[in-house]
Ligand binder design. Structure first.
Ligand code: MV4
Length: 445
């Protein structure tokens, strides 16, 4: 096993990875910016290296600084967490070129899935259902021709996109030119390529994703689904498993389809296949080649430590179990708690004057926060994840109400009141929501 792992991240995920390493007897190296010297992951790690100034581009995105820190401290592997360099194929390649193990998939797999058209092609070839769509669009005329072929409404997406950036919807031919031009301009501004393609636009889908684990010997299992439809501006807010929208047959079907596709693709490590689900049908969207924020709800219902498995797989271990060995038990829900004004969503960093995390049966809180900690203004505003689980969805919901009430975070504003509002709505309680539900709720006022 690795002796020492460098954690190329910050915040709660850095702590999450540190915890897995500790339990495996692996030493940890924290890296941090000048603004994060007092962070909990820095305090707990065996060693810490300052890799640059506060701005992410100067520190957590600084590939050579991170690799230098790994070399200096003698780390055998780097875990990238999520965000930052976690889906940067060049970084993964650079890490491997220095004789250090990248805890994740092979650089080529990251690269392929980062190109949404290549990912779509791989999905088709491995039996995944995709949304009717086009190849890369060269001109507005091309776009018009494909829209007629596919049928309105259509959505134009960036080939190098993902996460919703650079997407434009057209409901009829008069809207095509603007949608095409704007999608192209946004892609050019945000990504390495300004190429775009088109898909049929699904109007009221749910976002359902399948977690997979694959070792480097071709063994693949799926760990069930997560319903991530409660989102705002492409940021997930609440996730749950199992999805209240699926019956046992649909669940088993999509799980096996995803599992076997990952086997055909030859992917290894943890990964997530994102689908849209509408009118009883699944459509593959993209594959995330990293650990995800919402992984703990899957851990809660399967008992599998996903970070531990990532580390074992990267070290060349076999999964050691098959799909039949995996059992699903109960329901789990995660709330992402952000340091934001819950009515305007403006970031609200600052000093935490008092902190009490809820506890008790079925409660997990993943957070970097401690009393007296000062949240720096330079990074993502997510400061804690509250994960609740129970035998039934009702039990989990009851616990969630109780835990949100018990949570004390003083000194800053947080999105706890938003979560309380969401989980009190009859539609949420009934599991009746799609990807637009939260934004519709917030518009009502
Ligand atoms: C779509 C779609 C409807 N139809 N594609 C947004 C994020 C990116 N991963 C893909 N996204 C979408 N693609 C077709 N053909 C609607 C969305 C979408 C969405 C998807 C998942 C979760 C939240 C979303 C919010 C707005 C739009």
């Amino acid at each position: 096993m690795f002796e020492k792992v460098l954690i190329a991240n910050r915040g709660e995920v850095a702590l999450r990875i540190h915890r897995a390493c500790r339990e495996m007897g692996i030493k940890t190296v924290a890296v941090h910016s000048e603004a994060d010297a007092n962070a909990m992951h820095v305090r707990l790690a065996d060693e810490a290296v300052c890799i640059g100034p506060a701005r992410s581009t100067d520190s957590y995105l600084n590939k050579s600084a991170i690799i230098s820190a790994a070399i200096i401290t003698g780390a055998d592997a780097i875990h990238p967490g999520f965000g930052f360099l976690s889906e940067n194929a060049d970084f993964a390649e650079m890490v491997e070129e220095h004789g250090i193990t990248f805890i994740g998939p092979k650089p080529e797999q990251i690269r392929m899935m980062g190109d949404k058209l290549r990912a779509r092609e791989a999905a088709i070839n491995s039996g995944l259902p995709v949304i009717p769509g086009s190849p890369a669009l060269a001109t507005v005329e091309d776009a018009k021709k494909w829209a007629l072929e596919i049928g309105y409404p259509v959505i134009i997406k960036a080939k190098a996109g993902g996460g919703g950036k650079g997407m434009k919807v057209a409901f009829n031919e008069t809207e095509i030119e603007t949608a095409y031009t704007m999608a192209r301009a946004e892609a050019k501004a945000s990504f390495t390529s300004d190429e775009v393609y088109m898909e049929k636009y699904l109007q009221k889908p749910r976002h359902i994703e399948i977690q997979v684990l694959a070792d480097t010997y071709g063994n693949v299992v799926h760990l069930g689904e997560r319903d991530c439809s409660i989102q705002r501006k492409n940021q997930k807010v609440i996730e749950e498993t199992p999805s209240p929208a699926l019956n046992q047959q649909q669940r088993a079907e999509i799980g096996e389809i995803a599992r076997s596709a990952v086997e055909k693709i030859g992917y290894s490590s943890a990964g997530t296949l994102e689908f849209l689900f509408e009118d009883g049908k699944f459509y593959f969207l993209e594959m995330n080649t990293r650990l995800q924020v919402e992984h703990p709800i899957t851990e809660a219902v399967t008992g599998i430590d996903i970070v531990r498995e990532q580390i074992r797989i990267a070290n060349g271990a076999k999964l050691g179990y098959t799909q039949d060995d995996i059992t699903f038990s109960g329901c789990a829900i995660e709330c992402r708690i952000n340091a934001e004004d819950p009515s305007t969503f403006a970031p609200n960093p600052g000093k935490i004057t008092e902190w009490h995390a809820p506890g008790g049966l079925g409660i997990r809180v993943d957070s970097e926060i401690y009393s007296g900690y000062k949240i720096p203004p330079f990074y993502d505003s997510m400061i804690a994840k509250l994960i609740v689980s129970g035998k039934t969805r009702n039990t989990a919901l009851m616990r969630l109400h109780r835990a949100l009430e018990e949570f004390v975070i003083d000194g800053i504003k947080t999105t706890i009141p938003l979560h309380q509002k969401i989980i009190s709505r009859p539609d949420y309680i009934d599991g009746m929501y799609n990807i637009h539900w939260l934004e519709d709720l917030l518009e009502k006022k």
